[in-house]
Design a protein around this ligand. Structure first.
Ligand code: CUA
Length: 357
């Protein structure tokens, strides 16, 4: 009796846990609430396969329970052997043809979607944007081909247009994944460039994750896709192309921070331009949705990050203790003041799930 109760209790616990965890989704990180072309295609495929699975499950269970009830041993008929059937032609045709039909229903849209998602026919057309994406331990670099623009951690795209991504990695394999807009694609080190496209339906800040185990901070390798209207995107491009990396900050502390930054950090980082750099490009850093992809954008967090990046993202390549806390505070003042464009900042609140606005 006890064992039975125990089993029942763990079943109850797991059911409750399933319900609880099912609530963990975030709208801007959900493949089930598509806001882009690729994500919509993929959701359709998921729904078709789930429908087929449910159909098969229901039919098999119905036959199972029918047989269980109909042919159970009855009192007084313990020795009864029911009629044995072998080689029933009709039955065999039925259970061969039905799975073939089901597989076709699944295969046709799957193959169609596979070719659709791999379609690169418009990439070389005039005015079509290509962004070179590089996955690094543990951050993302975005270089806008032919635009003299580079960003890190935040990829700006125009709504309603197909933006192509040519993807590679600088160290190990990563995987670029923005579930609400598109599927995912591996980024490989070496010459192998993978290409996919993004096409967002609505303005918003969409969350992205690295989806390939790439080291101790893999789970912290987050990024954002900021989708803005085509007009705003043109404005953003103009703002980003006109960044003056030498521009003097307003406060004394930020000025000192700029000097400290130029002396200690510029060998890896960059501000403005299309430079790839060893470390993230920090243009427009003051308007970023997150620090290092994961921290709330506060000065306190930035100082912690500058002094001890190893404690926040274990295994990342930014050295610790390059500057002391006091110097880091000045650098933070400088970086938080880097607001080169306000396009997309009105979407900050979308950074939280949309329902929380
Ligand atoms: Cu990069 Cu996981």
């Amino acid at each position: 009796m006890r064992g039975w109760m125990g089993k029942f209790r763990s079943l109850l616990l797991f059911s409750a846990l399933t319900l609880f965890l099912a609530g963990c989704g975030q709208e801007n990180l959900s493949a089930l609430k598509p806001e882009g072309y690729g994500a919509e295609l993929l959701l359709d495929l998921m729904l078709i396969s789930i429908a087929i699975m449910v159909f098969v499950f229901v039919i098999v269970m119905a036959i199972y329970f029918f047989v269980l009830v109909r042919y159970r041993e009855k009192k007084g008929q313990e020795d009864f052997v029911p009629k044995q059937t072998e080689g029933n032609h009709t039955l065999e045709v039925i259970w061969t043809v039905i799975p073939i039909i089901l597989l076709l229903v699944l295969a046709v849209p799957t193959v169609q979607a596979t070719f659709d998602l791999a379609d690169q026919s418009s990439q070389d057309e005039e005015g079509v944007l290509t962004v070179e994406v590089t996955g690094n331990q543990y951050w993302w670099h975005f270089n806008y081909e032919g635009q003299e623009i580079a960003t890190s951690q935040e990829l700006y795209i125009p709504v309603g247009e197909r933006v192509y991504l040519d993807m590679k990695a600088s160290d190990v394999i990563h995987s670029f994944w923005v579930p609400a807009i598109a599927g995912k694609m591996d980024t490989n080190p070496g010459e192998n460039i993978n290409t996919m496209y993004l096409e967002a339906y609505e303005e918003g800040v969409y969350w992205g994750h690295c989806a390939e185990l790439c080291g101790p901070s893999h789970s912290l390798m987050d990024f954002r896709v900021v989708a803005v209207s085509p007009d705003k995107f043109e404005q953003w491009k103009e703002d980003m192309q006109n960044v003056d990396p030498e521009a003097e900050p307003e406060t004394a502390s930020a000025k000192e921070g700029q000097e400290l930054f130029n002396n200690n950090c510029m060998s890896c980082h960059a501000i403005g331009g299309a430079s790839a750099g060893v470390g993230p490009n920090l243009t427009n850093f003051g308007n970023r949705n997150k620090i290092a992809g994961i921290l709330e954008p506060s000065k306190e967090n930035l100082v912690d990050w500058i002094v001890h990046p190893d404690e926040i993202k274990p295994g990342n390549k930014m050295p610790a203790n390059i500057v002391n806390k006091e110097e880091a505070s000045k650098i933070a003042d400088y970086l938080m003041g880097l607001k080169h464009t306000d396009v997309g900042t009105e979407l900050d609140s979308v950074n939280k799930p949309k329902n929380d606005q």
